[in-house]
Write a protein that binds this ligand. Structure first.
Ligand SMILES: Cc1cc2nc3c(=O)[nH]c(=O)nc-3n(C[C@H](O)[C@H](O)[C@H](O)COP(=O)(O)OP(=O)(O)OC[C@H]3O[C@@H](n4cnc5c(N)ncnc54)[C@H](O)[C@@H]3O)c2cc1C
Length: 487
C-alpha cells in the first residue's frame, strides 16, 4: 500500500475513512465513476492471514485483538475487524438480503418507500454477482452433519430451515474459526471491491487513522490523521465515514464533542451451545454450516450451527475439571456447536472517555424471557434428534441432559448474571433520520444535517439492527446512498 511522504500535501476529491462493508462499496463505486478517491484504513493489510486462529496476523486483524469487553452483569464481549476490508475480512462470508419484517419497519418509521425489497433488489443482485454468492449449496457434504440435523428437524417438525447464502469459495479451510471464515477462503470484498479498484486508480493508505474532522464554513475542510506516529492533514472535497458501528460515532464525538451524538449500538447477541450427540458428528471435518433455522425470525431469533474448532470449544469449557475435559476430548467426534442469535432489545451504550471507547450493556428482561423460551424449544428438539448432553453458555450449571426439566432449568439458570454472550454485529449507532435529533445526525440519503459534504454509509447508519447478519444490508444501503448522492 502507498506510504505517505513526510512533506506531501494530501488532496483528494473523495476521502473514505474505513474499508469495511460500507467503505469498500464506496471505494469501488466512486472509482468506477472515475472519481479521485483516497481510502484510509486504521488497520493493516492482512490478506495473508495465517490459518492458525491465534496467529499474530489474525489477532492483529481485530480491534483489541478480537475482544472488546463490555461492562455488563453478564460475560459479554464485542468483536469487530480492524484491517483492510474491516469486518468483511474476518467474518463468515454470509451475505443475506434484509428480512422483509425489517424493511417494513424502516419504511414505516421513516415514512418512506426507499427500503422496499423491490427498490433494494438491484443492489443485492449486483453484490451477489460481485461476491460470486453460492446459493446452490453444494456444500451439503456428509461431514456437515450439524447442518443436516437442522434440515432433518425442519422436515420432521415442519419448521422453516433455509440454505445459507455464502461467498465461500473453498472447502479446504474447514471450520477453522468460531464465528468467521478466513479471508482467503471466500470471495472477499477486499479482492473484489478494494484491490480490483486500485487498478482503476483507488489510492489506499493502511495504518492511517482519522482522528478529527476539521470544519470550515459548514463543510468538512480536512481530516487530521495519524500515520507512522505522525500527524497529517488530508484535504478532501467530500468525506465519507465508514469506520463501523463503534468508531464512526467515536470520530464524530472526537470532532464535535460528546454531546454531538447520543450513540447507542443495536446488536445481535450470540449464545453458543455445545452438543454431544450419540453418533459421530465429525464436525471439525465439515465446512462452514449450510443451513439456518428461520422459523422464529419474526421474533428476532435465528438458530444455526457454528464452526467447530477444538481449541475454541475447550476454551469455552475451562470451567470444567480436568477429568471432565479429558472425557470430552476422548469423545470429541460426537460434539457439535450451535448458536442462538437474538436481536437484542436493549442497546450497547457507547461512551467516549478521553478518546477511549467504553461499552456498557445490560440485557433486557424481555430478552431473557425470549431466550428461556427458545433455549427450551431448541434444546428439547436437540434431545429428540440424538443429543445426549448439552453445554450451555452459562457461568454455572451449564450442563443439561435428557432428564432435566428444561422449562424449570432455564427459569432458574438463564439469568443475566449467569450468561456468556458475544456480539459481532453492531449497528445503528449513528442512524439516519428524517430530521436532526440527538441520536440522528444523517438524513435518509446518508448526508450530514450539518455539513453538506459529509456522508456516512456503514453499519452505524442503518435505521435498526437487521435480525439477519448485516453485511449484505450494509452494502445494499451503501450502494443506494452512493447512487442517490454521486450518480
Ligand atoms: C467474526 C465476525 C463474523 C461475522 N460474520 C458475518 C457474516 O457471516 N455475515 C454478515 O453479514 N456479517 C458478519 N459479521 C458482521 C460484519 O462483518 C459487519 O457488520 C460489517 O463488516 C460492518 O461493516 P462496516 O462497514 O460498518 O464496518 P467494519 O467492517 O467494521 O469496517 C470499519 C473499518 O474502519 C476502520 N476504522 C475505524 N476507525 C477508523 C479511523 N478513525 N480511521 C481509519 N479507519 C478506521 C476499522 O479498522 C475497520 O477496518 C461478522 C463480524 C465478525 C467480527
Amino acid at each position: 500500500m502507498i506510504e505517505l511522504d513526510k512533506n506531501e500535501k494530501i488532496n483528494c476529491e473523495y476521502l473514505i475513512i474505513g474499508s469495511g462493508a460500507g467503505g469498500s462499496v464506496a471505494s469501488k463505486y466512486l472509482t468506477d465513476c472515475g472519481k479521485d478517491v483516497l481510502l484510509i484504513e486504521e488497520g493493516g493489510h492482512s490478506e495473508t492471514i495465517k490459518l492458525d486462529t491465534f496467529s499474530k496476523s489474525f489477532l492483529n486483524s481485530w480491534r483489541n485483538s478480537g475482544v472488546t469487553p463490555v461492562i455488563s452483569k453478564s460475560n459479554f464481549a464485542f468483536g469487530e475487524g480492524m484491517c483492510l476490508g474491516g469486518g468483511t475480512s474476518v467474518n463468515g462470508g454470509l451475505v443475506w438480503r434484509t428480512p422483509e419484517i425489517i424493511l417494513k419497519e424502516w419504511n414505516k418509521t421513516l415514512n418512506t418507500n426507499k427500503f422496499s425489497s423491490n427498490n433494494l433488489s438491484k443492489y443485492f443482485i449486483e453484490i451477489e454477482k460481485n461476491l460470486g454468492l453460492n446459493l446452490s449449496q453444494s456444500l451439503n457434504t456428509p461431514e456437515n452433519k450439524e447442518s443436516l440435523k437442522l434440515l432433518e428437524m425442519g422436515e420432521k417438525k415442519l419448521l422453516k430451515v433455509v440454505k445459507i447464502p455464502n461467498s465461500i469459495n473453498s472447502s479446504e479451510e474447514k471450520n477453522k474459526l468460531t464465528l468467521g471464515q478466513l479471508s482467503n477462503s471466500k470471495n472477499s470484498i477486499l479482492q473484489k471491491y478494494i484491490i480490483s479498484s486500485k487498478k482503476k486508480g483507488l489510492r489506499v493508505f493502511t495504518k492511517c487513522v482519522a482522528k478529527k474532522l476539521i470544519t470550515k464554513d459548514n463543510e468538512i475542510n480536512s481530516v487530521e490523521v495519524i500515520t507512522n506516529n505522525e500527524k497529517k492533514i488530508i484535504y478532501a472535497k467530500n468525506v465519507i465515514l465508514a469506520c463501523g458501528a463503534t468508531q464512526t460515532p467515536m470520530l464524530l464525538k472526537n470532532s464535535f464533542g460528546n454531546n454531538y451524538l447520543k450513540s447507542k449500538i443495536q446488536n445481535h447477541l450470540n449464545l453458543r451451545i455445545g452438543v454431544k450427540f450419540t453418533e459421530n458428528m465429525q464436525s471439525h471435518n465439515g465446512t462452514l454450516f449450510t443451513r439456518q433455522l428461520q422459523e422464529y425470525l419474526d421474533d428476532g431469533i435465528l438458530i444455526m450451527p457454528t464452526s467447530f474448532n477444538k481449541s475454541n470449544f475447550f476454551s469455552s469449557l475451562v470451567k470444567m475439571s480436568n477429568d471432565e475435559l479429558s472425557l470430552i476430548e476422548r469423545e470429541i467426534n460426537n460434539f457439535s456447536s450451535f448458536i442462538i442469535q437474538l436481536q437484542s432489545f436493549n442497546k450497547i451504550n457507547l461512551n467516549n472517555y478521553f478518546n477511549q471507547t467504553i461499552l456498557s450493556y445490560n440485557i433486557h428482561e424481555l430478552d431473557i424471557i425470549k431466550l428461556r423460551k427458545y433455549f427450551s424449544i431448541f434444546c428439547s428438539m436437540l434431545f429428540e434428534f440424538g443429543a445426549e448432553l448439552i453445554f450451555l453458555p452459562f457461568k454455572k450449571n451449564f450442563k443439561i441432559n435428557k432428564k432435566d426439566n428444561l422449562v424449570y432449568f432455564f427459569e432458574k439458570n438463564l439469568v443475566p448474571k449467569n450468561l456468556e454472550m458475544v456480539s459481532v454485529h453492531g449497528m445503528s449507532s449513528a442512524k439516519m433520520g428524517i430530521k436532526k435529533e440527538n441520536d440522528k445526525v444523517f438524513n435518509l440519503q446518508g448526508c450530514s444535517f450539518d455539513f453538506k459534504n459529509l456522508f456516512c454509509l456503514d453499519s452505524s447508519i442503518l435505521p435498526s439492527s437487521t435480525i439477519e447478519s448485516p453485511q449484505g444490508t450494509i452494502m445494499a444501503v451503501a450502494s443506494q446512498i452512493l447512487e442517490e448522492n454521486f450518480n
